[in-house]
Write a protein that binds this ligand. Structure first.
Ligand SMILES: [Mg+2]
Length: 268
């Protein structure tokens, strides 16, 4: 029977990778029950790692922001695309970069020379309203002169409180097209990003579930990396009905607030 076989295939989940934007908050608004859910996981000693593609802030300022919103977490519980990029650059013995990103993201890259003079890598993050034609053209020229293109993430869009907003994926795709180069993609859904996250949390894929609102980056990416996948109907999925061709997570939850009840029902 399908039900029985589903039950016997219930994964041995021992920890969670949790997306931040659209799962814990939307801009300055905490999603109802998110703080309590993370408190529950802490209390139950269930390890989790917040995995985010956001490139608008460093982990330090993400942490400050999350703490201010009431999330009782520490720096080592945040794993971001810029941080993963810095790890990757170190592993590849890189010395020079040219970083195009917003906010204090540069703090993750203090071990590298940030230069517009023949950098080894051009790093592209979400520039939002800061993006200018001049910047785009500078990145393009560096690529034409031999720098390699690194996309901190390649998301198509995200949700702001005012509605959907174009993300850096479109900018990366434009640069790839113009410079005839393929970017190395750091953030979700890159398999390397997930591998780095598994190492950081200290659990293999078969004991982890991912919770996210992005069907490509979180759900498809997570499934490809071998994770149990949980999609939430908040953030990008708020008010959206599934359409043909959508990826199918292992589980849909209305919001992360529903996680403790689901765990109690299935794992106690
Ligand atoms: Mg998200």
């Amino acid at each position: 029977m399908p039900k029985a076989s589903q039950k016997s295939e219930k994964p041995d989940i021992r920890g969670f990778l949790i997306d931040i934007d659209g799962v814990l908050y939307v801009e300055k608004q905490v999603i109802e029950g998110a703080v309590e859910t993370l408190n529950y996981l802490q209390r139950e000693k269930i390890p989790f790692l917040l995995v985010t593609n956001t490139t608008r802030r460093s982990r330090y300022s993400l942490l400050t922001n999350l703490n201010r919103m009431g999330f009782k977490i520490s720096l080592d519980q945040i794993f971001s695309a810029p941080f993963a990029a810095a790890q990757w650059l170190k592993a590849n013995k890189a010395t020079s970069i040219c970083l195009f990103a917003q906010g204090d993201t540069y703090r993750e890259f203090k071990d590298f020379r940030n230069t517009t003079h023949n950098p080894q890598y051009v790093l592209i993050g979400d520039l939002g309203e800061d993006l200018t034609y001049e910047m785009l053209n500078q990145a393009f020229r560096l690529l034409m002169d031999g720098s390699e293109l690194v996309a901190l993430q390649k998301n198509r869009y995200w949700r702001r409180s005012s509605g959907l907003a174009i993300d850096s994926g479109a900018i990366v795709a434009g640069l790839e097209y113009a410079a005839h180069k393929e970017a190395r993609i750091i953030g979700k859904p890159s398999p390397d990003f997930f591998e780095q996250a598994f190492e950081t949390i200290g659990l293999p894929a078969q004991h982890l579930a991912i919770i996210g609102d992005d069907l490509e980056a979180d759900i498809d990416g997570g499934a490809a990396a071998g994770l149990f996948t949980i999609a939430v109907k908040t953030g990008k999925q708020a008010g959206r009905s599934p359409v043909p061709g959508d990826s199918t997570p292992n589980l849909w939850l209305d919001a992360i607030a529903a996680l403790p009840a689901w765990l109690r029902e299935n794992y106690s």
